[in-house]
Design a protein around this ligand. Structure first.
Ligand code: G3H
Ligand code: ZN
Length: 287
């Protein structure tokens, strides 16, 4: 069932669990995530970066693929197709193509401009029943060309963006895209507590979900995080399983060169990673 992310995140915030945003790159990733969500009766958000959208052909291709799969595979759990770290232009295009949720990442603009642009996106999105995520502060590291400084979000700026009526708010709290460095200081829970206090019932979003220790994930959920984004961890699992297939020479045995066989171990690895995250986030049986 294709929906916006608004209700599923309100429910998650109220129920003290988080919905996973799992980024997609192609058909196999999409199918692995959707079937795992269905098998575990979990709501799910398919994240699509602008780079991944371009790679797959464009926003319309993605909407067509996801809609078709929901129907063909009888996916009845709530599913949102969400633009991840979208530019202003990207958000407009994704909405036009049928995305049910968009992130407008204005975190690199001065706060006044971030507010102005976020407001415009909200007006258009909400007139079409599309949910909106905004970002304050900055997520460290790099994801698909989006580079962040890692600046900790200011609670008052979070409040100003929350009051515009966004459906979910991403705040930089020391989280980083990609693998965490050895000397990482951990999430800044002091900042998160202040952001929670300043933003009321707003579902907060934790980016950089790869490699955050379980106790920190649970604490973040207890402090208002209702959506957690995971990308790199699935890429690592997919790459490792695929490498094993080739290292074992399976492509040279029988019909092992069939792309459907080559991609199967990676597909299963994604399913396993997604299920583990759904268990950790507490979203199983919350559809
Ligand atoms: O926007 C997507 C993410 O924040 C994913 O971060 O690649 O570190 O899991 P990650
Ligand atoms: Zn992110």
């Amino acid at each position: 069932m294709l929906v916006s992310a608004s209700k599923m995140l309100k429910d998650a915030r109220a129920g003290q669990y988080a919905v996973g945003q799992f980024n997609i790159n192609n058909l196999e990733w999409t199918k692995a995530i959707l079937t795992t969500a269905q098998e575990n009766n979990s709501p799910v958000i398919l994240g699509v970066s602008e780079g991944a959208a371009k790679y797959m052909g464009g926003y319309k291709t993605i909407v067509g693929m996801v809609k078709g799969m929901i129907e063909d595979l009888n996916i009845t759990v709530p599913v949102a197709i969400h633009l991840d770290h979208g530019s202003y232009e990207g958000a407009l295009k994704a909405m036009e193509a049928g995305f049910t949720s968009v992130m407008f990442d204005g975190s690199h603009y001065p706060i006044e401009e971030n507010i102005k642009k976020t407001k415009e996106i909200i007006e258009l999105a909400h007139s079409k029943g599309i949910s909106v995520e905004a970002e304050v502060g900055s997520i460290g590291g790099e994801e698909d060309g989006v580079v962040g400084t890692g600046e900790i979000a200011d609670p008052q700026e979070c409040k100003a963006i929350a009051e515009l009526g966004v459906d979910m708010l991403a705040a930089g709290i020391g989280n980083i895209h990609g693998k965490y460095p050895e000397n990482w200081q951990g999430l800044n829970f002091d900042a998160l507590e202040k952001i929670k206090a300043a933003t009321g019932e707003m579902p907060l979003v934790l980016h950089g979900g790869t490699g955050i220790p379980e106790d920190m994930i649970k604490k973040a959920i207890s402090l208002g995080v209702a959506k957690i984004n995971v990308n790199t961890e699935k890429q690592l699992a997919f790459a490792q399983a695929t490498r094993k297939y080739f290292e074992e020479g399976k492509d040279l045995q029988g019909k092992g060169f069939d792309p459907r066989k080559i991609l199967a171990p990676g597909y299963e690895a994604i399913k396993k990673t997604v299920k583990e995250k759904m268990e950790l986030f507490g979203s199983i049986n919350k559809a």
